[in-house]
Design a protein around this ligand. Structure first.
Ligand SMILES: *Cc1c(COP(=O)(O)O)cnc(C)c1O
Length: 416
């Protein structure tokens, strides 16, 4: 029995990967041990964040870094740093940006629900470009000159969302932004692995990059990383850390906070609600060490074995299984299960039945419209694999014959 059941919450089999909605990654033993050990002492958080900054700098090539309450918090803090710099008046007023530049230019095709985190700091997004391939109206996507054409005195920076096929390339966007002295904030929350992205996006000239700590890094779900230029990280730290101290006693660590840049001790900033605990900071640092060491790659052969075993178990089902090879180094294969055409039950319905059955199973749901269920092995436990294969087999066999009637989804129902 799991601890969750004390409150009537049923653990699921997570075949969907490190998605936030399902609790993110499962932390490795060393990370859990770090959480526990960190809880045994008290430490000043600014001193701990300064130490974190040094490790983040070493592992990303950035000048400095900050452990944040998730990549979304990193986006809010990075935006706050761009908006306010070390201006105490601006820090105090955010998210009210009246009277100073607060437009962030972003490609229309890179907008998503996550940019709420950027707007939350007070920035206004100004969209440029089109994806005429998606709209089936042409062959072109957003081009770098379109950013430049949108820059004006109200512009404070550029938001760039990194994805395997993002256009225009980051280097081109950095080049136009640099020409106008504007910083580029990159959302790379889910862009790990490959490990080299930890360094490459900064090397391409990004001023700030946000990563999730609770996805492939396998730190606590509530953590993220903001790394980049020292001056911006200093401002972000000032706007997140608790500021309840006497001005005459305030002595922040020099390698995190540029004390001489602020006229006085700011009050709690816009990021005060995005705080991270000492335990989370330490656990994230340990997880990042494991991630960058390549230790997680040792599990890749096991993932493959699991997926092959599941595929074999589904051999007599009205579906085709295909092991989709990873497109990037350090990523893992996925099992794509395509429902046979002619099944009376849709992939959406099979997905729903899997979620509502016993034990509940959540599979990758990104390709349901193409009739595909996707099994991501990265959050599975050894003991889940047989039960997952059984549940998939049961629901796929039922998909052949039940003619779309509502399934019996009570936890006690019999397997056919
Ligand atoms: C997951 C994700 C985020 C949010 O990351 P958190 O660490 O959950 O805050 C932001 N942007 C993108 C593109 C993501 O995939």
């Amino acid at each position: 029995m799991s601890i969750y059941e004390r409150w009537g919450v049923r653990p699921i089999i997570n075949a969907s990967g490190t998605v936030t909605r399902l609790g993110g990654a499962r932390m490795p033993e060393q990370v859990l041990a770090a959480l526990r050990q960190a809880a045994e002492h008290s430490v000043p958080l600014d001193v701990l964040q300064a130490a974190a900054s040094r490790q983040l700098a070493e592992q990303t090539g950035a000048e400095a870094g900050l452990v944040t309450g998730g990549a979304a918090a990193a986006l809010t803090l990075g935006t706050a740093a761009i908006l306010a710099g070390h201006d105490l008046g601006r820090m105090e007023r955010l998210p009210d940006c009246r009277g100073f530049p607060h437009e962030m230019v972003v490609a229309r095709e890179q907008r998503s629900g996550y940019d709420h985190a950027v707007r939350a700091a007070g920035a206004r997004l100004v969209e440029v470009g089109f994806n005429e391939i998606v709209s089936n109206a042409g062959v072109r996507r957003t081009e770098a000159w379109e950013y430049e054409a949108a820059f004006r005195s109200e512009t404070c920076g550029v938001l760039y969302v990194h994805a395997p096929h993002s256009q225009p390339p980051l280097v081109e966007v950095v080049e136009v932004a640099r020409r106008h002295g504007l910083p580029v904030l990159v959302d790379a929350a889910g862009e790990l692995p490959p490990r080299r992205h930890l360094r490459d996006l900064l090397a391409a000239g990004a001023d700030l990059v946000a990563f999730s700590g609770g996805k492939a890094i396998r730190g606590p779900q509530g953590t993220g990383i903001l790394c980049g230029r020292r001056e911006l990280i200093s401002s972000a730290a000032l706007q997140m850390l608790d500021m309840d101290d006497h001005p005459q006693l305030w002595h922040p660590p020099e390698d995190l906070i540029l004390r001489e840049r602020v006229a006085a001790l700011p009050r709690h900033g816009i990021g005060r609600g995005l705080k991270v605990s000492k335990e989370e900071i330490v656990a994230l640092l340990v997880a990042l060490e494991l991630f960058t060491s390549g230790k997680y790659d040792e599990q890749l052969p096991l993932y493959r074995e699991w997926l092959e075993a599941i595929g074999q178990r589904l051999a007599d089902c009205p579906a085709t299984c295909r092991l989709a090879e990873p497109a990037q180094p350090g990523r893992w294969p996925l099992l794509e299960i395509t429902l046979a055409t002619g099944n009376p039950v849709s992939a959406f319905e099979v997905c729903r039945r899997l979620r509502e059955g016993d034990p509940p199973v959540h599979v990758g749901h990104g390709r349901l419209a193409d009739g595909k269920l996707v099994v991501d092995p990265s959050c599975l436990r050894d003991e889940d694999v047989a039960a997952l294969a059984d549940r998939l087999r049961t629901e796929l066999l039922r998909a052949r014959g039940t003619g779309g009637e509502r399934p019996n989804t009570s936890p006690t129902r019999q397997r056919p």
